[in-house]
Design a protein around this ligand. Structure first.
Ligand code: DGY
Length: 309
């Protein structure tokens, strides 16, 4: 946790830390947190039925420093009456900034450009060097037009892009503005020059971007993922990138992080970043603050807006 957050926690609780920051298995979490009333975790810790059962006599709340909660078994939490807090809203701007970073680097070949300069292989300006894709007038298809998706739309509009999206249901007109709704992911793919994945990670969406959906994208399109890696079928995306059906990808998230599919490392048309969507000083502290305020509200008997169960 950020230092400010650790300090704020120490002022309010008797705190036991995972000092080494090593990634703990759910069994280790259950052992190390015995007797805890509150468990502070991040998206990298799996909080499953084992953890809940082992800690249930004393555990009242799980607070996760993430908006995503696919690592927490919410059904069990609800059944056991354990509260779960997360961090919506405060990270939407930071995540949408990284989404645009990925989009720009994918379209304008950021990795290759950096490599050319860094490797000393740049022989000077040339008219056909590293030609990429311009954004003005292009269609961005946002899969998941929630808080982060809408923040991405604001920025994409400023780049002159046309906004298309797919959600389970259309947004109210005031939120959608000029964005065009598609009732299926396939239909969104057919209408996207850039497909931007911003849907929450859920069991139902695992592998949703498969061969069929990638084939539905126009040839030469770009794929960006700011959400969860396992929404993408890696075989399908790597095949499409290698064959050229997909021009480039920008990926901040991966299945099985940090042990990503090795083939991504070798592809020059992929811009990679290590799950840094919300990684700004301001945002991390805001996330921590939101959890601490949520806990205080719960103890006052109120229902904070970031309560999931
Ligand atoms: C989130 O908040 O869900 C981000 O992916 C960081 O874990």
């Amino acid at each position: 946790m950020p230092t400010d957050m650790e300090m704020a926690l120490r002022e309010r609780f008797s705190v036991s830390l995972n000092e080494s920051d090593a990634l703990l298995s759910s069994d280790e979490i259950a052992r190390n947190a015995t007797g805890a009333n509150v468990l502070f975790v991040t998206a990298t810790e799996k909080i499953d039925a084992n953890v809940f059962r082992a800690l249930s006599p004393t555990l009242r709340t799980v607070a996760t420093l993430s908006v995503g909660f696919d690592h927490i078994d919410l059904a069990i939490a609800r059944a056991m009456g354990i509260e779960v807090l997360h961090t919506p809203d405060v990270l939407s701007d930071a995540c949408s900034e990284v989404a645009l970073m990925l989009l720009l680097n994918a379209c304008r070949r950021g990795y290759e450009a950096d490599q050319m300069v860094r490797s000393g292989k740049w022989n000077g300006w040339a008219p056909t060097q590293l030609l990429g894709i311009g954004l003005v007038g292009k269609r961005i298809g946002i899969f998941g037009m929630g808080r982060i998706g809408q923040a991405i739309a604001v920025r994409a509009r400023a780049f002159g892009m046309k906004i298309h999206y797919h959600n389970r249901s259309p947004l109210a007109p005031a939120l959608a503005q000029d964005a065009i709704y598609h009732s299926s992911l396939k239909e969104l793919c057919r209408n996207s020059d850039v497909l931007m994945i911003a849907a929450p990670g859920t069991v139902e969406l695992k592998g949703a971007l498969d061969h069929a959906h990638l084939n539905a994208l126009p040839r030469g399109s770009v794929v960006v993922n700011i959400s969860r890696g396992d929404i993408v079928n890696d075989d399908a995306l790597i095949g499409a990138l290698t064959e050229g059906h997909v021009f480039a990808a920008g990926l901040d998230v991966f299945a099985n992080e940090p042990n990503i599919d090795e083939r991504y490392r070798k592809l020059h048309n992929v811009f990679l970043s290590p799950h840094i969507g919300s990684a700004t000083h301001e945002t991390r502290n805001a996330m921590g603050q939101l959890l601490i305020e949520g806990l205080a509200a719960l103890r006052r008997g109120e229902r904070p807006s970031n309560l999931l169960s």
